[in-house]
Design a protein around this ligand. Structure first.
Ligand code: GZL
Length: 317
């Protein structure tokens, strides 16, 4: 600790103020979270907060309410507070170059958690940890191809996309289309963002049903929250979810298992939000002078409704 900091600490102790984290030798992590838009995000936040506590890391946490400008403000505040490490889940892929340059100029390392950015200069972050969203899209596509094999009838798909410009929305679409394009019977007839929320997912599905009605054979939702909202819309339209319309979604949160057990969702592709322990280990390694892998991929599976009841008791989110 430099002389200036020592002087500050001595004055604070003399004044009976709590000793700041840096003076306790604690690592201080600034984390900017996307928001609280979905079950997945809530579980991710819980994982980060609990893991920081367990690791003895002082966490400065900010909820951006799904607004990029709030994340940029939070990152600037972390820089001003001279935190040891900054981590964040970028709400969208682009527009981060300036603020990441500022963090680099302040010698504060940045870890990308959950989602990536599309900045060319990858020296602006030390590591990106999270799922392979393209592969999640492929898994959704492969499940559908297998489900429909042997049939030559047209398969009309409606798609609820995640937040416009976000890595999961871009990549889950990319992976799914890569798989279904092999067979012309699969056709995406409507595709629109539901912003990863239940409310918007229901609203957009109502519009799809109004426009296409019984022509719809399949719904591909980029997350379970939008799928659960869409299930409500399908039932209110007098149709049977998972029977009249096959429903594929992503995340595998508790709500998805409950919907599959109720016979209203066909499959959910896992996307684990439990990144907290991995993130805190990475922060500690960083402060211990270790080099982090540039990319840390989360391992995940696929959960069809047939296994939901058996798997549900052991689910952690
Ligand atoms: C994926 C994560 C996505 C989830 C959504 O890692 O960024 O954001 O799939 C969440 O549920 O809102």
């Amino acid at each position: 600790m430099n002389t200036q900091r020592r002087t500050i600490v001595a004055a604070m102790i003399a004044a009976g103020l709590p000793i700041p984290a840096f003076a306790q030798g604690k690592i201080v992590l600034g984390f900017s979270q996307v928001g609280a838009e979905s079950e997945w995000r809530t579980a991710n936040t819980e994982s980060i907060k609990a893991s920081a506590k367990d690791a003895g890391i002082e966490l400065k946490f900010s909820d951006a309410q799904q607004k990029q400008e709030n994340q940029i403000k939070a990152i600037r505040a972390f820089i001003a507070q001279k935190v040891d490490v900054i981590a964040f889940s970028p709400v969208v892929e682009s527009g981060w170059g300036t603020v990441l340059q500022e963090a680099k100029a302040a010698n504060i390392p940045v870890i990308l958690s959950d989602r990536a950015v599309n900045e060319k200069d990858d020296s602006l972050w030390v590591s990106f940890m999270g799922s392979d969203f393209v592969e999640e899209g492929r898994r959704a596509g492969r499940w559908l191809v297998e489900k429909m094999k042997g049939s030559t009838a047209a398969v009309n798909i409606v798609e609820l996309q995640g937040t416009v410009g976000s890595a999961p929305a871009i990549d889950r679409k990319k992976g799914f289309e890569e798989i279904i394009k092999a067979d012309p019977k699969f056709k995406i007839i409507r595709s629109q963002t539901g912003d990863f929320t239940r409310a918007k997912g229901k609203e957009v599905m109502e519009a799809f049903l109004k426009a296409e009605g019984k022509k719809i054979n399949v719904l591909y939702a980029h997350n379970d929250d939008m799928a659960i909202g869409a299930i409500q819309a399908i039932e209110e339209a007098g149709m049977k979810p998972a029977k009249d319309i096959i429903i594929i979604s992503v995340d595998a949160v508790k709500g998805a298992f409950e919907a599959m057990i109720a016979g209203k969702l066909n499959v959910s592709v896992e996307c684990s939000p439990l990144l907290g322990p991995q993130l805190m280990q990475a922060v500690k390694d960083l402060k211990a002078g270790k080099t982090l892998p540039k990319r840390i991929v989360t391992q995940e599976g696929v959960f069809p409704m047939e296994v939901a009841a058996k798997e549900f008791p052991s689910r952690k989110y």
